[in-house]
Ligand binder design. Structure first.
Ligand SMILES: Nc1ncnc2c1ncn2[C@@H]1O[C@H](COP(=O)(O)OP(=O)(O)OP(=O)(O)O)[C@@H](O)[C@H]1O
Ligand SMILES: [Mg+2]
Length: 274
């Protein structure tokens, strides 16, 4: 089985190339609540995209549309340039899209190996192949330099928040993933634990994965994201290189949908010319 999947540079989603994952014109409503309006998003390989937005902006709904939990009403998702229909979590996993949810990430009563193979246990002659699963789990954790856990046979309940999140991320990348979506991975974490997870996110990017991270903490966003996308009341109001943003403009986009009274203009577009 593959460890962290290496996407060949330039194959899909390097700078200027076709993004590995592309969302076009997604609408999603729940009864009378319109959660997403014509949302576009690009997740290039080898990049971390920070998805920002105030409470209720639609970040989690967008994530769940990509993860196959919700079906968009309209719009299209493209994977590696091909239109895809992601009907459930299994479809997403088959494409190499893995999602780390803040709360539902792991089963407390199981150990690290059991968690990492939950639902995809490896069998050998009809029995659980514990040795091979243990080896694989240990190898993945060490590839990601998750070195602070004492034993991969310790129950997840005994881990710190950061270690749990690290195991959740490792679990996501063990399955040959190419796109990792992290919904508030650091929300409940302290400084040191946040550090572990942010380092891990950078490592995923360095391995060529397309990473999307949702965070209310703009320090975290600016630290790891090289691209930023901002949702405001269900609309994507800004998307571009992190260098085109500062904290103030992100907060303005989050709270008002525009910055300096103007909608987002990608760098390179002519502005202020007269
Ligand atoms: N399953 C659902 N049923 C009905 N409405 C929903 C459902 N999921 C989300 N919504 C609504 O869709 C909108 C977007 O919610 P979403 O969870 O995506 O916000 P968010 O940007 O993730 O916010 P937060 O930062 O608080 O997590 C909200 O108005 C929310 O109430
Ligand atoms: Mg949310």
């Amino acid at each position: 089985m593959t460890q962290v999947n290496e996407v060949p540079p330039g194959a899909s989603g390097g700078d200027g190339a076709e993004p590995l994952l592309k969302v076009r014109g997604i609408d999603k409503h729940f009864g009378p609540v319109q959660a997403l309006y014509g949302v576009n998003l690009e997740l290039p390989a080898g990049h971390v995209t920070g998805l920002c937005g105030d409470n209720g902006a639609g970040k989690s709904v967008l994530t769940r549309c990509i993860a196959g939990v919700h079906q968009p009403d309209h719009g299209q998702i493209y994977f590696d340039g091909r239109p895809v229909h992601i009907r459930n979590a299994r479809d997403a996993a088959a494409l190499g899209i893995e999602t780390v949810y803040q709360d539902l990430a792991l089963a407390d009563n199981l150990d690290i190996v059991q968690n990492m193979f939950l639902g995809r246990e490896r069998l050998r002659r009809g029995m659980l192949d514990e040795d091979s699963m243990e080896r694989e789990a240990a190898q993945t954790l060490s590839t990601l330099r998750v070195t602070t856990v004492r034993s991969i046979r310790q129950p997840v309940a005994s881990l710190s928040g950061g270690q749990r999140q690290a195991v959740a991320v490792a679990k996501a990348v063990m399955w040959n993933s190419k796109v990792v979506l992290l919904d508030e991975p650091t929300a409940a974490l302290g400084v040191v634990q946040t550090r572990i997870v942010l380092d891990l996110i950078e490592r995923l990017r360095d391995h060529g994965l397309a990473v999307m991270v949702i965070s209310h903490n703009l320090n975290d966003v600016f630290e790891v994201a090289d691209r930023i996308a901002v949702l405001h009341l269900g609309r994507m109001v800004a998307e571009g290189p992190a260098a085109d943003f500062d904290r103030q403009s992100v907060v303005e986009y989050m709270t008002t949908g525009s910055s300096g009274g103007r909608p987002f203009e990608p760098a390179g577009s002519v502005s202020g010319g007269g």
